[in-house]
Write a protein that binds this ligand. Structure first.
Ligand code: GLC
Length: 532
């Protein structure tokens, strides 16, 4: 891939690192930038193209870095600006790209902007946040709920007004209708772009603009008991407002003023609304994250339908992308099971569109069970016991069989599972048929195969647990056949012709095998096939 190509992000593969949990270099039980630098050869060995770092900026850590108190500094727990400069230089020297997390929807309540804003009603920064008078009865201004439980309004006793926080009370929302807020954040973006970062993943981008009249949100008629309480109301007026697209187009103009940068949006919305985030004439985010695989029922027909709907809904010229895991959702290996995790890897790396991998998924990491006394996630603390906790997917990377899995010399901030003695990078690297080696082979195959990078997607009719599709470019195709079930299946499709050859099986033991008749798949097996 030409690294200065402005479309590098289309051909590339993204790898998300949760900095607290990748590698601890200074022995405090929390990962840091020097640790990431030390593990760069590993990231490089995977064959991925870009690293996205979850937030590394100064933060009181109420939401583990998604509550920022200084947008242009480095959190001391993670290191210094010199560490950052060293990291970005090394990333670029290795031919990789670096993406930072931009969190423009809210700051920490400790951010100087908010400290000023709350200091008095007539402070010049008052309007940088969302302040409202109490309702007639002295209560909250409207019925909007925090994603992390309870009302989204917090009373500031001293000034007698409420401020809005879509997440924790320690994360007040900025007022994106205020032009000064916009330019302040665009300056933050320029600060990092000047330092050479290759783009941003923009946190909760669909939240940025709120209804100008702060109307009550309607109840959710489909609320399911046991689900998080904020789902009792829809977010009709608190998120996804039409004006947000102007803001995103402005952000895009900021990144487009620099060469070859990418804007990625975090958006949890139904398909038809997600598509608007590409913007008019594709002037919005280049990659509005597609999270459909995070919540799908894991069956051949559901996934086939998701891909078909997504492909159909894409605006003309829009580039697709796929995500299998992140720091907010249960690990893919736990969602689909250890056996299917390999099939999921093949799916992610053979669909049309940029794949984003979540650290640790390539070694098959599972959700780690978190004892009540070990819970760190504020979401779980506020809304306990219904399974919303995110600690289990944020545990330390399992590097080797040593005491703290090679992650740290001391007890890490989140627990390691006992089985990490067996399931770790060192042992899996040594096992030629491990999931880690499967990931490397899949990545290598994708990188060297124009059909897999850029080819069209064509579904191939199949039944039961079989999912089959063809990726076609330059007049040639490869076929991907995935068995989403545990029983063997026979693919009787004419798409796999006599004389076809297996390029890769998820079990890593059929490479080069010729297909003489029909294609037989073992339970939980996926294969990539080249026609004669
Ligand atoms: C995003 C982040 C999540 C965070 C939330 C509030 O959804 O991915 O981790 O808690 O925003 O910033």
């Amino acid at each position: 891939m030409a690294r200065n190509d402005k479309n590098w992000w289309r051909d590339g593969i993204f790898y998300q690192i949760y900095p607290r949990s990748f590698q601890d270099a200074d022995g405090d039980g929390v990962g840091d930038l020097a640790g990431i630098l030390r593990r760069l050869p590993y990231v490089k060995s995977l064959g991925v193209d870009a690293i996205w770092l979850s937030p590394i900026f100064p933060s009181p850590m109420a939401d583990f870095g998604y509550d920022i108190s200084d947008y242009t500094g480095i959190e001391p727990l993670f290191g210094t600006m010199e560490d950052f400069d060293a990291l970005i230089a090394a990333v670029h020297d290795n031919g990789l790209k670096l993406i930072l997390d931009l969190v423009p929807n809210h700051t920490s309540d400790q951010h100087p902007w908010f400290v000023e804003s709350r200091s008095s009603r007539d402070n010049p920064k008052r309007d940088w946040y969302i302040w409202r008078d109490p309702a007639g009865d002295g209560g909250v201004p409207n019925n909007w709920l925090s994603e992390f439980g309870g009302s989204a309004w917090q009373l500031d006793e001293a000034t007698g007004q409420y401020y809005y926080h879509a997440f924790l009370a320690q994360q007040p929302d900025l007022n994106w209708r205020n032009p000064d807020v916009r330019s302040a954040i665009y300056d933050v973006m320029r600060f990092w772009l000047e330092k050479g970062v290759d783009g941003f993943r923009v946190d909760v981008i669909w939240h940025l603009v709120k209804d100008a009249e702060f109307r009550d949100n309607p109840p959710n008629p489909r609320y399911v008991e046991g689900r998080p309480p904020n789902e009792r109301i829809l977010t009709q007026y608190s998120t996804d407002q039409p004006e947000v697209h102007d803001v995103i187009a402005e952000m895009r103009r900021v990144t487009d003023a620099y060469s070859a940068r990418v804007l990625i949006g975090e958006i949890y919305l139904p398909l038809h609304r997600l598509m608007a985030y590409y913007g008019n004439d594709l002037t919005g985010a280049q990659m509005p994250f597609n999270f459909a695989l995070l919540s799908t029922f894991w069956s051949a027909r559901s996934i086939e339908k998701i891909v078909e709907d997504y492909e159909k809904a894409l605006p003309r010229g829009a580039w697709p992308n796929w995500v299998l895991g992140n720091h907010d959702r249960p690990r893919v290996a736990s969602r689909v099971g250890t056996e299917q995790a390999r099939v999921a890897a093949m799916l992610l790396l053979t669909l049309r569109g940029t794949p984003t991998l979540y650290y640790g998924d390539e070694i098959g990491m599972h959700q780690v069970a978190i004892a009540p006394e070990d819970v760190r996630d504020p979401f779980e603390k506020n809304v306990p016991g219904i399974g919303v906790g995110r600690d289990g997917c944020r545990t330390p990377m399992q590097w080797d069989a040593s005491k703290f899995a090679g992650f740290s010399s001391v007890r890490p901030w989140l627990p390691l599972p006992e089985h990490c003695v067996r399931d770790n990078v060192a042992s899996l690297e040594a096992d030629p048929r491990s999931i880690l080696n499967l990931y490397k082979r899949l990545i290598g195959l994708r990188q060297s195969c124009p059909q897999l990078i850029a080819g069209d997607y064509h579904p191939v009719a199949a039944q039961g647990d079989l999912l089959i599709y063809r990726r076609e470019a330059e007049g040639r195709a490869v076929i991907v056949a995935l068995n989403l079930g545990a029983d063997p299946v026979t693919a009787t499709t004419s798409a796999v012709r006599f004389g076809s050859r297996i390029l890769l099986s998820t079990f890593l033991d059929r490479e080069g095998e010729g297909i003489e008749g029909v294609l037989e798949l073992r339970g939980n097996e996926g294969v990539i096939v080249a026609p004669p």
